[in-house]
Design a protein around this ligand. Structure first.
Ligand SMILES: Nc1ncnc2c1ncn2[C@@H]1O[C@H](COP(=O)(O)OP(=O)(O)OP(=O)(O)O)[C@@H](O)[C@H]1O
Ligand SMILES: [Mg+2]
Length: 280
């Protein structure tokens, strides 16, 4: 792949200096099994994730890409402390993740807003749970509402907003706690193509300013390439990390239309091929 470094190792960075800072997120040999029922009605076990390991550096934006059912959401939920894994470890900034944490925030595909609350009350909700006073939390919420481009809509209700605007509210809400890691599960999948592209661009600018570490789940090869520093490609069930691809576009991608570059088509084709190959 011209200009890109393709790694076969499990999620390590190319040429990483062993003396450099520890990764923000360290996933080691994470295996997750679900108990299911076989056709015969007998209890059975399904391996959703099989020995997944990856390191993600502070400020990186990494995509998890793979077929439906390969365990992307499960991995994200494990990272958020919402689901327990059976083997391996997940460490975020030196601390093992065992339960939900305030500094690990999720953004959901279906926005997950509270319909009876205004935009500002939705965005301020996590701070309300943290028992922050009303004036202060509304001030913080207003700042993030502006960051996501919704200034003027503070007193609107979710049903008065378009899908793209509702997802901006979801992003603002996740940012209010200044999370160490933002976990995004197909956040733009429910949007039409044009809205999706403009949210991708706007979110990249927000990420560039805030420098939050982001783990971004997507089905879309194009979205993964536009958004990420690295794309982690999973095998179909059981989910294993097959390859990690370093973006050939680097941080420049934030201010450029990388879709128009010849490398983009080449990368897309290579990833498509990888997703089609039988797992080894
Ligand atoms: N609570 C559960 N109980 C049993 N099986 C589950 C549970 N959650 C997920 N699974 C199974 O684990 C596998 C991985 O599911 P997961 O939702 O993580 O996939 P995904 O990669 O996010 O898929 P999609 O792209 O469709 O969202 C699937 O086979 C799914 O049926
Ligand atoms: Mg999913």
């Amino acid at each position: 792949m011209a200009g890109a470094t393709v790694l076969d190792i499990a999620g390590g960075r190319p040429g990483a200096d062993p003396t450099s800072a520890p990764p923000m997120v360290a996933v080691r040999n994470v295996t997750k099994r679900f108990r299911t029922r076989a056709r015969s009605g007998e209890p059975d076990v399904m391996v959703a994730l099989d020995r997944v390991s990856m390191d993600i550096d502070e400020g990186e934006l990494v995509s998890l890409l793979g077929a439906s059912g390969c365990g992307k959401t499960t991995l994200l939920r494990i990272l958020a402390g919402l689901v327990k894994h059976d083997e391996g470890s997940v460490v975020v900034q030196g601390t093992t993740v065992r339960e939900p944490r305030r500094d690990l925030c999720m953004v959901f595909q279906n926005f997950g807003l509270l319909p009876w609350r205004t935009v500002i009350a939705n965005v301020a909700f996590p701070l309300e749970l943290d028992r922050m006073g009303r004036a202060e939390r509304e001030e913080v919420a207003a700042r993030y509402i502006e960051t996501v481009g919704l200034k003027g809509f503070e007193r609107h209700y979710p049903h008065e907003l378009s899908g793209g605007m509702q997802q901006r509210v979801g992003i603002a809400r996740a940012l209010t706690r200044k999370p160490l890691v933002l976990l995004m599960d197909e956040p733009f999948a429910a949007l039409d193509a044009q809205t999706r592209e403009s949210l991708q661009e706007d979110f990249l600018r927000i990420w560039k300013d805030l420098r939050t570490t982001v783990i971004f789940v997507t089905h879309s090869i194009d979205e993964a390439l536009v958004m990420s520093d690295r794309v982690m490609i999973f095998t179909p069930r059981p989910g294993r990390l097959r390859r990690t691809i370093e973006s050939p576009f680097g941080p420049d991608r934030v201010d450029r239309d990388v879709r128009a570059l010849p490398d983009f088509a080449r990368c897309r084709q290579e990833i498509r091929q990888m997703l089609r190959e039988e797992p080894q």
